[in-house]
Design a protein around this ligand. Structure first.
Ligand code: TYD
Ligand code: MG
Length: 457
């Protein structure tokens, strides 16, 4: 019997150290180190087995023709299928992460019900709720009549035995990975060792049977529950379900996808009857717009293959402080500092005596540099107190030299703007090869600045 030594495992990143420390050396998170016995390594528990089966190598070319595309099962929930890249992939594992209470169980219950109605065998394993509670939720979602198989289990071996009975399932949902534990490891449930071992067992099950496996993972700032981050690199796809407190809509964001694009989002709205798809997010984000207010600019953005129009709001006010305040919600604060510096240096607009607040409407988050021009427009508009034209959209990346640089998908952005009734656009010169087409498409009011200074003039 091996000598048992204790070790400390960071519950956020999985780093192992021999001494306890307040801060993890590897990821820098605080209070995430938890003592787990070394005997607690995977394969040391009572159920550990030695296997000496030989692996079989297969020629890559011999697979030719066998596999056309990843075999998928589409849920029929458009926004979910968009985020997964066309449906759940058979034989793959997908992690769905998000804050507790954001709607992960709701989304997956709806997907399970939709798939079961199509005749697929779907098993929903919950380690958090009793079967009666799951049924109650399904009832509320109007999905109680669909033939989803429910199980309230937390032990991986029991789960595998349960789903092994009868026809091979098409999709197995495990809600949540943090509640699972396996006999193969003897740490407490919820620790990194258990989460990793349980995930591994379920991924192995997916690969060997061809069933799609969905692992639900809670993301918590507190290090008490092992973050799904330790599972991220093991699975084939990672989706994050996010939303702002106080807003009803939820965004399903693709973070990793071995079988499809990673920049897609699915947009939902939480209602009393579950999650509703939002097919046109722009209408949602522009919903409560005060077109006449200074400091507001509409940004024509892109999320993956889909254009999204969103309002950027700036408030520039004289500051009583020596070092004026800068606050940003929904955008990068370093990027705001850069835009302010460029406006000061190249356009002679002074913000050094002013507090600057920037907000992306609806709690939406923008990561595209293409929003630079819209931010600059909102800032200048708020500073001068002059409202921007209500029917105008903005996009373009601003460089440190003050030039407005072209961004991708100009046509699509403009098309979306036009669809929503915008008549003009401010965009970089040479945004697309067909410059004429752009100007012609969006209407006579379109104009294109050659310099950032045009914005200020
Ligand atoms: P849930 O799916 O349980 O969240 P998670 O699994 O991510 O922890 O969703 C819980 C929240 O969603 C809860 O605050 C109630 C709300 N909700 C609705 O508003 N409408 C509904 O139809 C359902 C089922 C939940
Ligand atoms: Mg849940």
């Amino acid at each position: 019997m091996a000598k048992s030594r204790t070790q400390f495992i960071c519950q956020a990143c999985g780093n192992v150290s021999s001494r306890w420390a307040g801060k993890c050396e590897a990821c820098g998170e605080w209070n995430t180190l938890v003592e787990e016995g070394t005997a607690g390594g995977i394969g040391s528990g009572p159920g550990a087995l030695k296997s000496s089966r030989k692996a079989r190598a297969v020629a890559l070319t011999s697979l030719d023709g066998d596999i056309e595309d990843a075999p998928r099962i589409a849920s029929g929930i458009g926004e979910l299928d968009r985020a997964t890249g066309g449906g759940f992939v058979r034989g793959s594992a997908l992690l769905v992460g998000g804050d507790p209470g954001i709607g992960k169980s709701t989304l997956l219950t709806q997907a399970a019900a939709a798939l079961a109605r199509q005749g697929h065998r779907i098993v929903y394993v919950s380690g958090e709720e009793a079967v009666a509670q799951i049924r109650l939720r399904a009832q509320r979602l109007g999905a109680a009549a669909s033939p989803v198989e429910l199980a309230a289990e937390t032990n991986v071996e029991d789960i595998l035995a349960t789903i092994g009975e009868g026809r091979r399932p098409d999709l197995v949902i495990l809600d949540s990975i943090q509640t699972l534990w396996t006999d193969l490891a003897d740490s407490a449930p919820g620790t990194v060792t258990q989460v990793r071992a349980a995930a591994q067992a379920m991924i192995r099950y997916a690969k060997s049977t061809g069933a799609a496996v969905v692992l639900v993972g809670h993301v918590t700032k507190e290090g008490q529950i092992a973050g799904p981050r330790v599972v991220e690199h093991m699975v084939d796809g990672v989706l994050y379900f996010e939303g702002e407190g106080g807003h009803h809509y939820r965004i399903l964001r693709t973070v990793k996808n071995r079988f499809g694009p990673t920049d897609e989002i699915g947009v939902f709205e939480m209602s009393d009857k579950g999650l509703r798809e939002v097919a046109n997010p722009s209408e949602l984000f522009l919903g409560e717009r005060h077109a006449k207010a200074p400091g507001a600019a509409v940004f024509a953005g892109m999320e993956g293959t889909r254009p999204v129009l969103v309002e950027i709001q700036a408030l520039v006010a004289p500051s009583p402080l020596g070092t004026p305040r800068r606050a940003v919600v929904g955008w990068d604060s370093a990027r705001l500092a850069m835009i302010l510096a460029v406006l000061e240096a190249h356009c002679g607009v002074r913000f050094s005596q002013h507090d600057v607040y920037l907000n992306v409407a609806g709690g939406y988050r923008i990561s595209e540099p293409a929003a630079d021009l819209a931010v600059a427009a909102a800032l200048v508009s708020s500073l001068t107190g002059l409202a921007l034209p209500a029917d105008c959209v903005y996009f373009g990346e601003i460089s440190l030299s003050g030039a407005v640089r072209p961004v991708a998908h100009a046509q699509q952005r403009l098309k979306e703007a036009e669809k929503l009734g915008f008549g003009s656009a401010v965009l970089p010169v040479g945004s697309a090869k067909g410059g004429e087409e752009i100007a012609g498409g969006i209407g006579a009011g379109a104009f294109r600045p050659t310099e950032l200074a045009d914005l200020v003039a």
